[in-house]
Write a protein that binds this ligand. Structure first.
Ligand SMILES: [Zn+2]
Length: 391
């Protein structure tokens, strides 16, 4: 007996039987009610039953469900598709989850297609692996943006995680090769002066509660979460700030400097050099943890510049309120991690192994989607994400 041939054939047969059973479950009867509410506020009218193929974990199945048409807004709808998370797709949620996994973890989308065939017994196109990974990645990124918006709208940073003794935030950048249209007008370090890559900014947050036998700090196992994208420094600062806040605390130097830049823009709206000079002459207070001196400087400024007084006072209050979180020299003295090993390793495992392989050229959209999925998975958040899609 060729055991492998038999086990594969049996799996195929069982999948086929399962797909037939699933198709039965997905074959709805015509609805008793001829109308459903439409998102425009009107009523959509039942127009008949429609079928569509659906690739499921068990193979090819078919679903039959009611189709409704709203004459008010001229839109058709399948309310069942939305409820089952198969709107505008012929791939089931289970298959899309698998495709996203192989698409983000395998060395290429083509490798992902091969793994689907061997491991899941499912034939899919390479394009399906790519498109699904990109669309789920874009959805993860969209949700992150929503979370950031909410976090930034809060007046005070609220610690949402558990109380922890030491939390680290690290960041780094690494170049990813791009298709030429993503590089237009960008100068680079290459011999011809042209750029070949765009920078992915990656951040990580982790905690440390123990020291090893020799007194060195040890990173807590499974405590690292990652976030990253190809984006501007300003966008990235918001991303990292939000992630730090989500994890329970903030390491503020980076964000605090942003506050100085923001204030300087208001003081010198049309003079870039003056704006820069003003930040440089105040930043050392921050770096040295001399927050009270900075607050005094700001308040003195307010008396000279009446028209900006309110905004300056807001910033002065911000620094005053958070002074205890800005004692940077003290933090350094306390024997806390000062190296950047964790984030450097992260750049390699999260970004380079998937996005910097030879012969690869990315679009920003595609790269950011894959980065979003990989950060989500390596932060152990992918299962939670999938749960939240069902809710
Ligand atoms: Zn409508």
């Amino acid at each position: 007996m060729d055991l492998e041939a038999v086990e594969m054939a049996l799996r195929a047969a069982l999948q086929q039987a399962g797909a037939a059973g699933l198709s039965q479950l997905l074959r709805q009867e015509p609805p008793a009610e001829p109308h459903v509410p439409c998102s425009c506020g009107g009523q959509a009218r039942y127009k008949g039953m429609r079928t569509k193929p659906l690739l499921t974990v068990l193979g090819r199945a078919e679903m039959r469900r009611a189709y409704y048409w709203c004459s008010h807004c001229q839109q058709g709808q399948f309310s069942t598709d939305a409820a089952l998370d198969v709107e505008n797709t012929e791939l089931s949620p289970g298959v899309r989850r698998m495709l996203t996994l192989v698409g983000s973890e395998c060395s290429s989308f083509e490798r992902g297609r091969e793994q689907m065939k061997l491991l899941a017994g499912l034939e899919v196109a390479t394009k399906a692996v790519e498109r699904t990974t990109e669309s789920i990645g874009a959805d993860i990124a969209r949700r992150e943006q929503d979370t950031m918006q909410q976090a930034l709208q809060r007046e005070l940073p609220i610690a949402v995680g558990q109380a922890i003794p030491v939390m680290y935030v690290q960041m780094d950048g690494t170049g990813v090769p791009m298709v030429s249209k993503e590089l237009e007008g960008r100068t680079g370090k290459g011999s011809n002066g042209r750029a070949h890559t765009r920078e992915v900014k990656l951040g990580c947050v982790f905690t440390q509660t123990k020291l090893d036998a020799e007194g060195w700090p040890v990173r807590d196992e499974d405590s690292t979460s990652y976030t990253g994208a190809i984006e501007t420094a300003e966008e990235f600062s918001r991303r990292l700030y939000t992630e730090s806040q989500r994890r329970g605390w903030i390491v503020d130097l980076y964000h605090a400097r942003q506050h100085l830049w923001g204030l300087s823009s208001k003081l010198h709206p049309s003079d870039v050099a003056a704006k820069r000079r003003w930040v440089m002459s105040h930043q050392h207070f921050l770096d040295d943890g001399k927050i009270e001196l900075l607050v005094n400087r700001l308040r003195a400024l307010a008396t000279e510049r009446q028209e900006l007084a309110e905004e300056i006072e807001t910033e002065a209050n911000y620094f005053e309120r958070n002074a205890a979180r800005m004692r940077y020299p003290k933090f350094r003295q306390q024997g806390l991690f000062v190296g950047s090993g964790v984030i450097e390793a992260g750049c390699k495992t999260l970004i380079a192994t998937r996005l910097k392989r030879s012969g690869m050229f990315w679009t920003v959209r595609g790269a950011n989607a894959v980065i979003a999925v990989r950060c989500c998975r390596h932060s152990r958040e992918f299962d939670n994400y999938w749960e939240s899609r069902r809710a």
